[in-house]
Design a protein around this ligand. Sequence first.
Ligand code: NAP
Ligand code: COA
Length: 263
Amino acid sequence: MTAFTDGLMTDRSVFVAGGTSGINLGIAKRFAQLGAKVAVAGRNPEKAKAAAEAIGEGALGLSTDVRDYDATRAAMEQAADAFGPLDVVVSGAAGNFLAPALGMSANAFKTVVDIDLIGTFNVFRGCYDLLRRPGASLIAITAGQAVNATPMQAHACAAKAGINQLIRVLAMEWGPDVRVNGISPGPISGTEGMARLAPDDSTREAHYARIPLKRWGEIAEVAEAAVFLSSDSAAYISGTILDVDGGSQLGDATRNSPAKGLA
Ligand code: NAP
Ligand code: COA
């Protein structure tokens, strides 16, 4: 299923914030398979260590909370010291839970905005002078909530919408030297995110029906998009948000059935 050949990322150094599980760990593993030197970071040091072992020899598992600018900067410095200037930085740390706005304290709302949006600013602002310039690729992991208002997701909608604009502004400000893009995954199988957002069979089945491709995505499919955006094939792509979502952004595919009947 891949168009990429072994060695495509040889000698590139990659830092994945929130890369210790799920989609982001899948991205980190894929870069390592293609020859990159990879560091992942999350809050839990044991989880980070296990992730590095799963990625393979030479990978670094670092501990930071992306809400803490200095600690996050220190983790990225550690990666750059070990591997050289950073070619790829992925900002994917996130927190989420289902709750109506009236069921969220101010701190609950702020917590998700702090991790997702402020965390992405901290990662990107903190890495700038550690990047290989020109040539570096920054990727923020956003979500459909950025553009689709979603009940029970006020915090994530606000945070991811902010990330989408941050991507665009940084792509403009840093354009000559650095490309800045986003990936917006749809529902991805086997992830913590979907365990939280679609916890039961009936919610999952309703999700499948609404997606034009009628299935959830795979972690590997998101990882391929991250490799593409960081490859020389994407050298003229900046400020874009690539939906890897089976067409979910187009709307509810169950509403297409009358039109399909006319075909
Ligand atoms: P996940 O497995 O829970 O991954 C989250 C990662 O972020 C973990 O490595 C976690 O490690 C780390 N993290 C959380 N809070 C952090 C903090 N404050 N500082 C540093 N690291 C932190 O989640 P996932 O479901 O794979 O989602 C990954 C990304 O994809 C997120 O940005 C999410 O919004 C996005 N996304 C997911 C889906 C989906 O279907 N799952 C769909 C659309 C978008 P620690 O807990 O050790 O910190
Ligand atoms: N409903 C309403 N409020 C909730 C909640 C829920 N399900 N879960 C947490 N909160 C509130 C807490 O009560 C707290 O508010 P308070 O201080 O007013 O009581 C606030 O959110 C922060 O919770 P806390 O547990 O202290 O935050 P944390 O920084 O330790 O953890 C979370 C952050 C809450 C986002 C946690 O779920 C997490 O670590 N998630 C990472 C993994 C993840 O979400 N993966 C999916 C990515 S899409």
